[in-house]
Write a protein that binds this ligand. Structure first.
Ligand code: ADP
Ligand code: MG
Ligand code: MG
Length: 214
């Protein structure tokens, strides 16, 4: 008990979809300022597909959290346009793979899954911290999760620390000049705006804190 089982992983995806739906307009507005104005739409579509791909209630009692995340990641890749679809899909598939076949992931396993997600995103997108991308939310989140774990925090505590760090990381993208993705075409004019992908990444980590803290 106390860890993330298949039902917990499904609840995470559902909560992320809820937050993305609620914030879709704001994400799209952020993307209109420094991109092409579709980020909220892209992610809403992707997470709706991920929710639709979740196993049914009976099956969730028998499957594994890793499988749930891999299925969600696949659905996002197949249904989401833009740069963010493959990046989010990779993040979830790598996280799911890292969880392996365990029926329940403890805090350490979830921390390792976040780290694997970050590595997948960086491998695919070649962005470093400071490039004004989702990495600027995900990297501090993974680090804060690990630090909280080392301090003896439980899964809800680690997830809260990760979500708070992701919020701060997203906020810190405002003064940055984008060096990856569409926003980089604007050069110095990309500074002074919140990065949409970092902002949505913070929502997905908040969703994890919400469902583990229930
Ligand atoms: P597109 O730019 O193709 O329209 P979206 O609008 O859905 O795709 O997503 C834009 C977001 O994707 C950006 O705000 C940024 O956070 C993220 N992004 C773009 N390129 C990269 C990359 N190479 N690595 C990490 N994140 C990236
Ligand atoms: Mg866009
Ligand atoms: Mg686009």
């Amino acid at each position: 008990g106390g860890g993330l089982d298949a039902r917990g992983a499904a609840a995470w995806i559902r909560r992320a979809a809820e937050l993305v739906a609620a914030e879709a307009e704001r994400l799209t507005r952020l993307d209109a300022a420094i991109g092409d104005g579709d980020h909220g739409h892209n992610l809403h579509r992707g997470f709706t597909a991920a929710v639709a791909a979740l196993p049914g209630d009976a099956e969730l009692g028998e499957t594994r959290p890793g499988k749930v995340l891999i299925a969600a990641g696949r659905a996002i890749v197949s249904k989401t346009g833009g740069a963010s679809g493959p990046l989010y899909g990779t993040a979830l598939r790598r996280a799911g793979k890292a969880l392996g076949g365990a029926s329940e992931a403890d805090a350490a396993a979830v921390g390792a899954a976040l780290k694997a997600a970050l590595e997948g995103v960086q491998e695919l997108g070649q962005a470093n911290e400071g490039d004004k991308t989702m990495v600027d939310a995900l990297a501090p989140a993974a680090a804060a999760f690990a630090a909280a774990l080392a301090d003896g925090a439980d899964l809800p505590g680690c997830a809260r620390a990760a979500a708070d760090a992701a919020d701060a990381g997203a906020a810190a993208t405002v003064p940055m000049q984008a060096r990856k993705g569409r926003a980089s075409y604007l050069g110095p004019r990309s500074a002074g705006h919140l990065d949409p992908g970092a902002s949505s990444t913070a929502l997905v980590l908040r969703a994890l804190a919400d469902v583990t803290g229930r």
